[in-house]
Design a protein. Sequence first.
Length: 330
Amino acid sequence: MPEHSKQPAEAPVIWLLTDNKPGHRSQLKGLGNRLRVLAGASLHWVDASLTKVPFWRVLLTRPPPLQDPELPDPDLIIAAGSSTHRLLLALRKFKKARTLVMMKPDFPVRLISAAMIPAHDRVPPSSRVLVTEGVVNAITPLARITEKQEALVLLGGPSPHFDWKDDAILEQLSELISRYPDWGWTISSSRRTPRALQDRLDQLAGSRVAVVHPEQTYQDWLSHKLAASRAVWVTPDSMSMVCEAATSGVPTGLFEIPAKAGSRVAEGVGRLRKGGYVALFRDHSRVMSGNVTRADTLWEANRAALWVLEQGLLPHHHKPVQRQSREAKL
């Protein structure tokens, strides 16, 4: 069943179409939270996998029956993940709601109201397209970085964008732990981390090294661990993980893995590096000392939410709620 946030009846209504993949859900959550803070929006999650959408419904813009018939009429429908696109297109004339997709779609953007597309997808900005630096996510920049010598490590796995090698990752990780013996380390693997590497990581566990498997985390685990960390190290294969770490404001370093030719994800990670949001492994001393320089704060969820309001994607008669809260969690 969809999840509903409790908000006043007069609040603008936003449907969040999800495929429940963590990265896509983080995009929706990040944008939705900021629209709730800035405009008092009421958020309603819709699991697109529960609704079959025949192609004829897309062509005729005939909405399918949804799992929750009590959903309030939407003012804005936001989708993330290609498997949500059929449902979004079928709903594009539903109750005169505006429609927004959070990626470069496989269909013409003119079919919907707007799109948010990462810069590495090389789509020019327009009145319908907001170009983002990396991907929108649910992390809020920290007001203060802890002084405790705690480092967080986020590991992904093989991908089409980088030449992943377990030995290279483990060698760099072991060097960090050896070079900074006074630090505590939390190493988090993901569902894409090869089992052989996971077994080798488990052997590193000790008094100052904790190894966390994905099934041991919880909904807000990442935001809590980032808040408790003075440095974070990430494999570059996951744009979502890199952007989440960079958005937090915690000094962020990247493990060095060769990029595959023509990879747009690698290009996006390179843009973040050039902007000073992340550093390479060879610059580990700057990351661990906190001596990193940034062009500015990276908080694309907030910038995206402001753009939604500026473009009139929510009804004009709903006056924005001016709140200064930095926390808005689902």
